[in-house]
Each structure stands twice: as structure tokens, then as C-alpha cells.
Design a protein around this ligand. Sequence first.
Ligand code: PSU
Ligand code: MN
Length: 318
Amino acid sequence: MPIRRLGPHLDASEEVLAALDEGRGVVALESTLIAHGLPYPANLETALALEDIVRRGGAVPATIAVVRGAARVGCLREDIELLAGGPGRPAVPKASLRDLPVLYARGLTGATTVAATASLAALAGVSVFVTGGIGGVHRGWPETLDVSADLAVLGRVSLAVICAGAKSVLDVAATLEYLETAGVTVLGLGIDRFPGFHVRETPYPVDARVESPADAAAVFAARLRSGLSGSVLVTVPVPREAEVPRADLEKALERALAAAAARGVKGKALTPFLLEALTTETGGRSLEANLALIRNNAAVGAAVAVEVARSLSSGRQG
Ligand code: PSU
Ligand code: MN
């Protein structure tokens, strides 16, 4: 049996458990991005490619989702196929932190957001997490109070989270303010400014620049070892050749936001709606950027995980 029960509503794959046990690097991967962030079949190809990239980087991937009433840290191939949907398969619902208890009690399946995935990774003892972009503070927040649970969770759990910043469909300045309030350390890998997901930089500075995954891992290990809870966000800009030209992005963004407002899209449906609208409005360029940056993040995440594992095990001996 490749899956073992760790606790009530919490399962992990034998492969992930063995890696944790041996002090090897493990990289958590979220599943909302498979079920709602990318279209089929690019989502399935990407989910499998990310696992491959992490393995080639010397770490063990742990794609996380809820499968029939239990969190699964280390999805099997069949779970990933289920999450990806496609012809003849029902869509798996998006599950943030608040949704987990309902799925558990009812034996249901869900694709976990950054907030849910980070919570589950921490429960299982995984300390590095790769995603594309984190959720954030939505534009119009003074009226809607639409602030992703991702931000609050990152303030609580101890993880190194690798991402390409936050999309400009969000209020990026307010998102950074919230991260500061929550006590999250924001690093830039080779950059001084917070990346804007589809574009390599926004006008807002990161807290500190790091030059390598090892540098980033050292900051995270210092936070962890010192007993401080909360996460370190390692931001990595989209690869240059996949960046969306700023003028195109801004036009597309305006149209996507207008479409969401006109249709009254809000709550948990808003982020998936905006992502899809942006893909249409940029003629697929935003999707290309998404695919490129997430692969790049997986490679960086594997390197960070290997370094974190090394540094924690040397700490154990010393
Ligand atoms: N950003 C992306 N792609 C995604 C998401 C964010 O570029 O798929 C997903 C992540 O799972 C994130 C979630 O945790 O959207 C945030 O949703 P909400 O704003 O409803 O919290
Ligand atoms: Mn929201």
C-alpha cells in the first residue's frame, strides 16, 4: 500500500514519509492550480512535469489534495489524473482552509489552495512548498474585504514558499502590507523588487535580496531554528523569455476585471475566473508565462529543499 495513515483525515505516501524520515528534501505542490489554475490537458502535463523537475533536482515531490475525505501528502498518479479532470471527469472543487472540515466529514475530494496546502504540508512535517503565485488582497478590498486566506496561513505555519510573486489582478501593494503585518519574510531571488507573476518586477521592494537557493534556505533555516513560527516567501521572477509585455498585460487586466465586475463574479470563483479571462485576453501569453514560471519555481524549490534538509540535519548533529 503506497499510502499510509498519519492521523485523523491525514495520509501521506510511503515515498514522502521515507524521505522525511531520512532527512531528504521534500517539496509540497498545491492542487488548486491543477484543477482550477490551468486548462486541461496542460494542467495534467504540468502537474506531472513539476514532480519530474523536483525529482531531477534531488528532492521528493509531494502534491497535496484531499482525496475521499482525507488529506493526501504525496498524491499518486491516479489522484493527479482525477484532479486534472478532462473529458468524462467531474471537476474537483477548490478547497481553501475553511473547506477542509466539510470535505473530511463527508468523505469528499478537493483541490487545495495555497492556504490549505501550506497548512497540510506543515502538519505532515514538510517545510518547502512551491506554487506559481500566492493569493493576495483583491482590488476593491475596502468594500469586499476579499483577502486570500493564503496570507494569514503564511503568517502562522513554518514554510519556505517559492512563488513568482502575486498577479497584478490583485492589489500588490496591499498584499505586501498584509504580509508584513502577518510577519512573513519576503525574499527576492536575484531581484530587489517583488515580482508581478506575469512580469518580472513590480515597483515594490522585497525585504531582502538573496543570490542563490542556498542563501534563501539559510534565511529560512535561521527562522525555523530560532523558534520563530511563520513563513519565508522566496520570490522568483518569471523567466525573461516568458514575461508578458507590460502594455498587453495592462489592457488584458482591465478587460478581465471589467468582465468579472459585469458578471458579478466574487468569492472563491474570482481568482479562477480572472486567470482564465487573462489567458483569453492575452491570446494565451499569460498562460505561457504561468507554465514557464511554475516550472522554474519547481527547480528553485528542489534546490532550496535540498539545502534546507542539509542545514537541518547538520544542525541536528551539531
Ligand atoms: N494564483 C495563480 N494560480 C492559481 C492560484 C493563484 O496564479 O491557481 C490559486 C492558488 O491555489 C491560490 C488560490 O491559493 O488561487 C487563491 O484563491 P483565493 O484568492 O480564492 O484565496
Ligand atoms: Mn477570496
